[in-house]
Design a protein around this ligand. Structure first.
Ligand code: NAP
Length: 676
């Protein structure tokens, strides 16, 4: 196979590696597979390209436009996986590992595409939270908005997931509306470059949206300012070095760090060897140690088990780990491939030796293990290595040394409180898992350890079949962790998009808030409509357009009839004396649902027309009881419009029901689908 010349894509042009490029070896054969090194970096031109070409193009699109672009991109990549699989074997990854990296990255892109359309507006302004009333009379209000940062997102990725690592950062960045410069880790840059080429070749992204630096980034950090953001994944040492750059500190450049972590897995005290939870723990610990040859930031590093079950755990785990088939990653039977490089293997062995100063090696002798289908002396192979630390309270190295490979240490605990103390000795981790079916144990561990962890994963026989696994960060859920794990937070749905936007408090009159946010705010002027809005198509409705219905009196007969008809005979509607004794009611009152039904009767347009369906109510509040003899009227205002497809869009109406005195009896948001 020819050596791959890994190129960089800078300011819209591809550049071959320069003469100083570094050779990268295959994890399996040790042969040089690629050359990586950026020939020259013209930081000013790159940043101008991102900020002046990519940024404006992305920002001219709505959140939904960008979400649709991500969906199309995910579909495109899904159809182009095979070349990525083929190339990734050289990183030592097996077919199962590809599913996490390649399919996992595409899956994350799909999730952001879907969340973008469901949870963000088809607009340019993201509204963050409700309107805040800042004045007694309601003429001065506040609300938070979020807008894409005007700079560039610099993504610095770790070697272990060249595709997932790129896409899990790129999807929220593009959804937010920011251009990105991607800097993959050198040792797997040839896979990242191929994935990047596919993204570019798809033709789906606007010009200037992405750039790629294969190799060093030169003095790029010195050019960043407060509109830019760095999202880093890698070791704590590198993060510290980068964060401490003068320009980053001086420019208050946001820095999201996902670092290494000494993740714990706790076997609950209820999980005796004959219980399913014990078996799940052994199975998942084995998987965590061997998937990606243990090169996973979330991998279990410390197995915290009841001291009384130590022997059983050691026996079961050693048996499982001893049977793991290590070797040629292209062979379907291989359970664990190679580490990324021989130099990384040396690093892992060095750290395993450090752990061995406080723990006894139970299994996995790096000098004596078999490798199937590959040459052990040429590739970066290791066996899974399990250690046992007999005194985890006195130990420090086992809680602080990340051997980024197939290495874990098992340690015993006395009671659940002690297990929590040991888990927290990681000093801030990405994830801890707990194998228990006991709610009390789960709760105690959650209360004691949550503040030290970005994610807590519980598994037992009830969730096992569908559980996504200890080691899988999910785009829906927060990924990151406090302290040693970097203090960063990625993903977590729209939370992960928010990093790439600036949140701004907007204060002003209701009209001003409506104009800025594009969503009608109560108290704003009503827009004048032309006839009944239910007779007009989606495009002919204006934000703020309002109808006022006629009044309808509520009679005692209505209430009796509704009670009989529906079966809702709650005493407050039928028993005058009991109702009057209730602190909320003056006497018998109308059913809330009766009011909603009458309101619909007041505003609905009966003949077939552009309104296709009523799809629900949001934020319903009954604020004032309605007594027999009261007369109610409804007021409907177009609050927000969202295109759903070529045929129809969603109209969100703000509905207020008032009585004859003008008091608000109920308020809600009504959702309708309206033909375009
Ligand atoms: P690393 O050596 O810290 O490198 C991480 C990234 O930083 C690479 O792209 C690297 O590029 C780059 N880098 C290093 N020095 C730099 C500098 N002076 N300027 C700009 N960029 C620089 O980490 P790694 O070996 O790739 O990854 C393994 C580590 O990452 C482990 O500790 C693991 O726990 C952690 N990790 C964490 C997560 C998470 O989500 N929390 C995920 C995966 C991995 P080069 O390769 O070109 O040096």
């Amino acid at each position: 196979m020819d050596v791959i010349e890994v190129e960089s894509f800078l300011a819209g042009q591809w550049f071959a590696p320069g003469p100083d490029a570094r050779p990268v070896e295959s994890a399996v054969t040790g042969e040089t597979i690629a050359r990586v090194g950026c020939p020259r970096i013209d930081c000013g031109t790159m940043l101008d390209y991102a900020k002046e070409v990519g940024g404006p193009k992305l920002r001219s699109m709505t959140f939904h436009d960008r979400a649709r672009m991500l969906k199309a991109l995910a579909l495109y990549l899904n159809d182009h996986r095979q070349p990525l699989y083929d190339l990734s074997f050289s990183t030592g990854a097996t077919r199962k590992d590809h599913l996490i990296d390649i399919d996992g990255g595409i899956g994350a892109t799909f999730v952001f595409a879907s969340k973008g359309r469901r949870e963000m507006p088809d607009a340019h302004v993201y509204l963050d939270g409700p309107v805040e009333r800042l004045s007694r009379g309601g003429s001065f209000l506040g609300r938070h908005i979020a807008m894409p940062r005007r700079g560039v997102a610099l993504h610095i990725n770790a070697f272990n997931f060249p595709v997932w690592g790129m896409l899990e950062k790129l999807a929220p960045t593009l959804l937010a509306g920011m251009p990105a410069i991607i800097k993959p880790a050198t040792s797997s840059a040839y896979v990242a470059e191929l994935a990047f080429r596919q993204i570019l070749d798809s033709g789906l992204l606007p010009e200037g949206a992405i750039q790629l630096i294969s190799g060093g980034i030169g003095d790029l950090l010195d050019f960043l300012d407060g509109q830019d953001i760095i999202s880093f994944t890698g070791s704590a040492d590198t993060a510290l070095k980068l964060k401490a750059t003068h320009a980053i500190l001086e420019g208050a450049v946001p820095f999201i760090a996902e670092q290494d972590s000494l993740n714990a897995a706790v076997l609950g005290a209820d999980a005796a060897p004959e219980e399913p939870e014990f078996g799940l723990f052994i199975k998942e610990a084995t998987r965590e140690m061997t998937v990606k040859a243990g090169q996973k930031c979330t991998a279990m590093r410390r197995l915290i088990v009841p001291a009384t079950r130590m022997q059983a755990v050691i026996e079961s785990l050693s048996e499982r780990l001893g049977a793991v088939r290590v070797g040629d990653p292209t062979d379907e039977r291989t359970q664990m491939g190679a580490l990324i490089s021989k130099s990384h293997r040396s690093d892992v062995l060095e750290r395993a030796d450090m752990i061995a100063t406080e723990a006894e090696r139970i299994c996995g002798d790096p000098m004596k293990f078999s490798v199937r289908g590959a040459d052990r002396s040429k590739g970066a192979f290791l066996p899974p290595m399990l250690f046992h630390c007999a005194d985890p309270d006195a130990a420090s190295t086992v809680h602080a040394t990340e051997a980024f490979g197939p290495v874990a240490t098992v340690m015993g605990y006395r009671d659940t409180a002690h297990a929590a103390v040991l888990a927290n000795r990681g000093n801030g981790s990405l994830v801890a898992s707990v194998f228990t079916r006991c709610g009390d144990i789960a709760r105690e561990l959650a209360l004691e350890t949550a503040s030290y962890h970005g994610r807590l994963y519980f598994n037992n026989r009830d969730s096992a079949t569908e559980s996504t696994g200890h080691g899988s960060p999910l785009p829906h859920m927060v990924h990151g962790g406090p302290g040693r794990a970097g203090g960063g937070e990625e993903q977590g749905g729209i939370r992960g998009v928010a990093h790439y936007m600036q949140r701004t408090a907007i204060q002003g009159s209701p009209d001003i808030l409506t104009a800025v946010g594009g969503v009608w705010v109560p108290g704003s002027l009503e827009a004048k409509g032309r006839g009944h809005p239910f007779r007009r198509r989606f495009g002919n409705l204006d934000i703020g357009e309002t109808i006022h219905t006629a009044k309808r009196e509520i009679t005692i007969e209505d209430i009796n009839h509704f009670a009989e008809f529906t079966g809702d005979r709650f005493y407050a509607h039928l028993d005058e004396e009991a109702a009057a004794a209730n602190p909320f009611f003056p006497g018998r009152v109308a059913h809330g649902y009766l009011l909603l039904s009458f309101a619909a009767g007041l505003f609905v347009e009966p003949s077939p027309g552009p309104v296709l369906a009523n799809t629900g109510l949001d934020s319903l509040r009954f604020m004032q009881p309605v007594s027999p003899g009261d007369r109610i009227a409804a007021q409907l205002t177009v609050k927000q419009k969202t295109i759903r497809n070529d045929d129809y869009g969603e109209v969100r109406w703000h509905v207020t029901l008032t009585n004859q005195n003008g008091d608000v009896c109920a308020e809600y948001e009504l959702l309708t689908m309206v033909a375009r």
